[in-house]
Design a protein around this ligand. Structure first.
Ligand code: COA
Ligand code: AMP
Length: 635
């Protein structure tokens, strides 16, 4: 089939409001919008102004009302515990409306914030949907973050209630959440009035009298009493959630997502980008703590009437490198979405793809990859062995859905390895130089999106309009700065090459090296430090820390390195994968004192580099090279 992409993209370009107005017909509104787009509202305009709606109603109730009640909405498959559970749309409605009633009993009202700190169990999705149902704003915090990171998010979101579970489970260890939660609350200045804890059989959380409530008991009581929360009508422009993502400092950015635009864009994406029909099984192997989990484990598949899979496991080791194929085969998955790092992990263990042959993958049609650069080797391996299209697509927490991709439902465009294909309707991508001029095809520059951003993209940062403007809008007037560098080729294909800030991407997880430096610098023996992202065959990038110790410190540097590693694990969390630290004599700097992180990264990655003209003392680069060589870097 010839792709309709160009025709559809042109139709959006000619009439953006007509395009999104038409897309909005797939959503059930309590009241339709007065204006599809109001350029005078908000910071750069707002979508669906005047409209009223409820996201949970669109995800659940309307499907039950229209005959999908007995269809599976959610399949929980947990190879790490051996558990499986299936929930129809009617059952999800039951769980979510009862949990909504529990939250209301605890005093949660429209616009109140609720933090969700949960492992990958169905209750995490119920929690998000229950908040949406009662008009509360959820703020999900990834389970791999340490108490300090949780505390920062508690202070930013100021939740009335926190929903959590007794534990998460990683290979070989049970992580008790309750002590982490209690520590975070102790350190935060904002205190929730209540916590609701889902007790898992692998660990029992101790409860604080008066504050903590048992999830199963309170939900069962609400059900027994016949108490159910009705859908609360909210404005399309009201926030559905806050999701914190790494910024350039230790203070994460609270990305705000609205209700209306989010539903319209996500619904559109399911057929046009992912090419699935309602009723089919769709699997995003991510975590609800990340944006991929918000958009493509919970909201988009349910808005569209699909069956979504919640997978609690790893691509390898739970129990083997065939688990992805087992899940696809057993649940008849039509389309899957994950990060390239998961495939690199599988390829490393099972290079000849022997596990693939053991499963019937006849229902499987397309693999989507995102979250980090998809290296051509990995794509090729997946194409050769799965024999389905392997589609890279590029997006960010800030957008909530694809910026550039290959819209499979409009007809596939030719795949070019290394490119995430073309801009989606809604996004006009320009590559800019430092003077805000567009550069020619093939030239690298700052990838920028012409304002306004399309529906679902962040209207602002939580309680931080100025930071939103400074971070994204001020540098290139009239544009949103993606902070990714890359280029467009002659055919308009997009190539994402690198971040322009200090964000690194570790196993598809977005982390701030600036945030890690803040933690490292707090060690009493560290005079100064630099953390950079260096290439890693499995995780794409890993952080490497360089320490200069205070004069007079005569302890063994190895001990200090170990303490610094522990500090980052305690303050940020194991997910930072901060395991490589080198104590060095000096850091390379420009004459004005700027640390030459880019040059250090080139040395670590074994790339050629030009001696920076402004370098203060070139000998330091030799010292860094020797220190890295001592650790076998580059490999
Ligand atoms: N709770 C607590 N700890 C967690 C956690 C969680 N939810 N998730 C990860 N961690 C821990 C891990 O146990 C590990 O700890 P360790 O240092 O003690 O081993 C550390 O954080 C790093 O985890 P991870 O990045 O998952 O690395 P890994 O080596 O355990 O696994 C992969 C590597 C590639 C298998 C894994 O990253 C993966 O499955 N990635 C899939 C991609 C993905 O989900 N991307 C999200 C965006 S799409
Ligand atoms: P996150 O907000 O966690 O989704 O991370 C967004 C960042 O991940 C982007 O700004 C990119 O740097 C990177 N990223 C996401 N998808 C891709 C992709 N398909 N190719 C290259 N980089 C990507």
């Amino acid at each position: 089939m010839a792709s309709r992409y160009r025709e559809v993209y042109e139709s959006w370009l000619k009439d953006p409001e007509g395009f999104w107005g038409e897309a909005a017909k797939s959503i059930d509104w309590v009241k339709p919008a007065d204006k599809v787009f109001d350029a005078d509202a908000g910071i750069y305009g707002r979508w669906f102004v005047g409209a009223e709606c409820n996201t949970c109603y669109n995800c659940i109730d309307r499907h039950v009302e229209r005959g999908r009640g007995d269809q599976l909405a959610l399949i929980y498959d947990s190879p790490i515990t051996g558990a499986q559970q299936k929930f129809t749309y009617s059952q999800v409605l039951d769980e979510v409306s009862a949990l909504g009633a529990v939250l209301q009993d605890l005093g949660v009202e429209k616009d109140d914030r609720v933090i969700v700190y949960m492992p990958m169990i169905p209750q995490a999705a119920f929690a998000m949907l229950a908040c949406a149902r009662i008009g509360a704003i959820h703020s999900v915090v990834f389970g791999g973050f340490a108490p300090n990171e949780l505390a920062i998010r508690i202070d930013d979101a100021e939740p009335k209630v926190i929903l959590t579970a007794s534990c998460g489970i990683e290979p070989g260890r049970v992580i008790e959440y309750k002590p982490l939660l209690d520590e975070a609350i102790e350190h935060s200045s904002s205190k929730p009035s209540a916590c609701v804890i889902f007790q898992r059989e692998q660990a029992t959380a101790s409860m604080i009298e008066g504050r903590d409530h048992d999830w199963a008991e309170t939900v069962a009581q609400a059900k027994a009493d016949g108490r159910r929360a009705e859908c609360v009508t909210v404005a399309a422009t009201d926030p559905l959630y806050i999701l914190h993502t790494s910024g350039t400092t230790g203070q994460p950015k609270g990305v705000v997502r609205d209700n209306g635009g989010h539903m319209v864009a996500l619904y559109w994406s399911m057929k046009n980008i992912y090419d699935v029909d309602p009723g089919e099984v769709y699997w995003a192997a991510s975590d609800v703590g990340w944006v991929v989990g918000h958009s493509y484990i919970v909201y988009a598949p349910l808005l569209h009437g699909n069956t979504s899979i919640m997978f609690e496991g790893k691509p390898v080791g739970t129990p083997d490198a065939g688990v992805f194929w087992r899940v696809i085969s057993e649940h008849k998955v039509a389309a899957m979405f994950t990060a390239p790092t998961a495939f690199r992990a599988i390829k490393r263990v099972d290079p000849d793809a022997e596990f693939i042959g053991k499963y019937d993958l006849s229902n499987f049609r397309i693999l989507f990859l995102a979250g980090e650069r998809a290296d051509p080797d990995t794509i090729q391996w997946a194409e050769d062995n799965l024999k389905v299209p392997v589609i890279d697509h590029w997006w960010q927490t800030e957008t909530g859905w694809t910026i550039a991709g290959n819209p499979m439902g409009l007809g596939a465009l030719p795949v070019k390895h290394g490119s995430s294909t073309v801009p989606m309707p809604g996004y006009e991508i320009h590559i800019l130089d430092e003077a805000n001029n567009q550069v020619e095809a093939g030239k690298i520059g700052a990838i920028s999106i012409k304002l306004p951003l399309p529906p679902s993209c962040l209207p602002t940062l939580w309680d931080a309009d100025e930071r939103f403007k400074e971070s994204y809008l001020d540098e290139y007037p009239g544009y949103y700065k993606t902070a990714d560098a890359g280029y467009l080729d002659e055919d308009g294909y997009v190539y994402i090459m690198a971040r322009t800030d200090d964000i690194i991407n570790v196993a598809g997880h977005r982390l701030s090296t600036g945030g890690m430096e803040e933690v490292v610098a707090a060690h009493p023996d560290v005079a100064e430090c630099a953390v950079i992202g260096i290439a890693d065959q499995l995780k794409g990038q890993i952080p490497a820390g360089f320490l200069v110790l205070n004069a007079g410190v005569n302890r063994d540097p190895e001990d200090i390195e170990k303490e610094v590693i522990t500090l980052v694990r305690e303050k940020i969390g194991p997910v930072a994968a901060f395991k490589l630290v080198l104590a060095v004599q000096r850091l390379p700097k420009t004459r004005s004192g700027k640390i030459l992180r880019g040059t250090m990264r080139c040395i670590a990655d074994g790339e050629d580099y030009k001696m920076p003209a402004t370098i203060d003392d070139p000998v330091i680069l030799t010292e860094i090279t020797d220190a890295l060589k001592g650790r076998g870097i580059p490999a």
